[in-house]
Design a protein around this ligand. Structure first.
Ligand SMILES: [Zn+2]
Length: 466
């Protein structure tokens, strides 16, 4: 395996000039953000969609929003549902599906990405020339953090349909000076292996599950292990696999590469972990161009203090965005924020981990608990438990009546006679840590499905009609 070198310190971004003290860092950052926000708010106020949202929130003049706290006290101005509605309305009114919140003239929009619409209508992300250039800049910081150099061959194996991870990333790699080979996930594993052998990419972009298939099938299809193919850098996204230590280790050993987890794309968002043996959180690399971790309580939508360890729903705002900006966009993502120095690479700034989705939050008699918090406590009992578990509810959260039913797989060497005592210990520990009552139903290892990396932590019983 290649030597793992910290990369974060080399990332040329605004972070280098910022104070290395969490409080001072945040106040410098907020001053910079507020300066940019003033322009963004005035720009969006002139738009029919956002102007109305602001007036609905009692704002008659955006100049009245003077501080970051004034801004953070405002309600969300956009959600996924409103985004779709805005697109529907612009189609009816103007004959294009890009939304009433399109702030720039349509002819200035030169790049389109979005979601595929597998669970409903597609949503679009639009870019003017300036938006694209800023996207290249923020994505470029990620490429740099991963150690990609101008001139490197990069095999692009993310899906090449409408997603930002497809064409937009390819264009950003070209702008960076790298040489993306745009094969796409659509080509399949055999083609990917053929291209790896032919083109010898130094870096590969792909989902963790596709990389996993490449590792498995290389010996059979190429007659050699994947870790002899000269791959030095793997950038993953789209699935949470790399946050799982055992999976991460398998990918690193199987490929011999440094492995990075990224999330990026729409509205200048760019974050990446630093490729250590453990996931050290996604390092924010575009804090000067967007405000992502504007965390609020997902139930009340009240702003939460932005301190190390804060957990809440991310409200996203692009700070210098022209086409169809995100302005207080309630993402539904629950993030846990870290502020300070990364223990692996020394990068000073903010990092985050995905905790779940806002609609997974449970309210157990007034105690708010995310499913991942329950899983963390259960995992402390390894190897007596396998780590696989599910929360079983009669109806969808948030309201949950205790005891909360848990199905927990035991580890391989625990006899059935020991299960009751183990269940009691787990229930006691959860009560101690999370202050909620649970009922632990133990099952044998292998009982719970493992078909996907995205195993749902919550199962709502069928009889509830969901
Ligand atoms: Zn780091």
């Amino acid at each position: 395996m290649n030597e793992i070198r910290p990369q974060g310190a080399n990332v040329a971004s605004f972070v280098g000039d910022m104070p290395r003290d969490p409080e001072a860092y945040m106040s410098s950052l907020n001053a910079l953000r507020m300066q940019k926000l003033k322009g963004q708010l005035a720009y969006c106020f002139a738009n029919e969609f956002y102007g109305q949202k602001m007036r609905d929130a009692g704002i008659s003049d955006p100049r009245d929003i003077r501080t970051i706290d004034d801004f953070r006290a405002l309600p969300p101005f956009m959600t996924k549902a409103w985004h779709r509605e805005s697109q529907q309305l612009s189609f009816e009114k103007y004959g294009h599906p890009f939304g009433l919140h399109l702030c720039a003239p349509l002819e200035k929009v030169i790049h389109v990405a979005g979601t595929s619409g597998t669970t409903g209508l597609p949503t679009f992300y639009l870019f003017t020339k300036k938006d694209l250039e800023l996207t290249y800049l923020t994505m470029g910081r990620m490429f740099q953090m991963a150690g990609i150099r101008p001139g490197d061959s990069v095999l692009q194996l993310f899906g090449l349909s409408i997603w930002v991870a497809g064409t937009t990333v390819i264009q950003a790699l070209e702008a960076y000076g790298a040489r993306p080979i745009p094969l796409g996930a659509e080509a399949g594993v055999s083609k990917a292996l053929q291209y790896i052998e032919m083109c010898r990419p130094r870096a590969i972009f792909a989902t963790p599950s596709l990389i996993s298939h490449i590792v498995e099938r290389a010996p059979k299809e190429l007659g050699r292990e994947a870790n002899t193919l000269g791959i030095e850098i793997i950038v993953c996204g789209g699935e949470p696999g790399l946050a799982i230590s055992a999976f991460r280790k398998r990918i690193m050993e199987g490929t011999g590469a440094r492995v990075f987890d990224m999330t990026a794309g729409a509205w200048l968002n760019a974050a990446m972990d630093c490729g250590g043996p453990e996931h050290n959180g996604l390092h924010y690399l575009a804090e000067d161009y967007c405000f992502r971790y504007d965390l609020v309580d997902p139930e009340t939508r009240k702003p939460l203090p932005l301190v190390d360890g804060a957990v809440g729903e991310a409200i996203h705002t692009g700070l210098e965005y022209e086409a169809a900006p995100a302005l207080r966009y309630a993402t539904g993502d629950i993030l846990k924020l870290s502020i300070g120095e990364c223990p692996h690479c020394g990068h000073f700034g903010s990092r985050f981990n995905f905790v779940g989705r806002a609609d997974d939050l449970m309210n157990v008699r007034g105690v708010k608990v995310y499913p991942t918090a329950v899983k963390e406590v259960v995992e402390q009992f390894r190897p007596a438990v396998s780590g696989q578990m599910q929360i079983v509810l009669d109806h969808p959260p948030p309201r949950v009546t205790p005891p909360v039913n848990l199905t927990i797989e035991v580890g391989p060497n625990v006899g059935e006679s020991d299960w009751p005592a183990l269940a009691e210990k787990i229930e006691g520990r959860i009560h101690q840590v999370l202050k909620i009552r649970t009922k632990a139903n133990l099952v044998a290892e292998g009982t719970l499905a493992r078909s996907s990396l995205k195993t749902k932590l919550i199962r709502v019983l069928e009889s509830s009609g969901r």
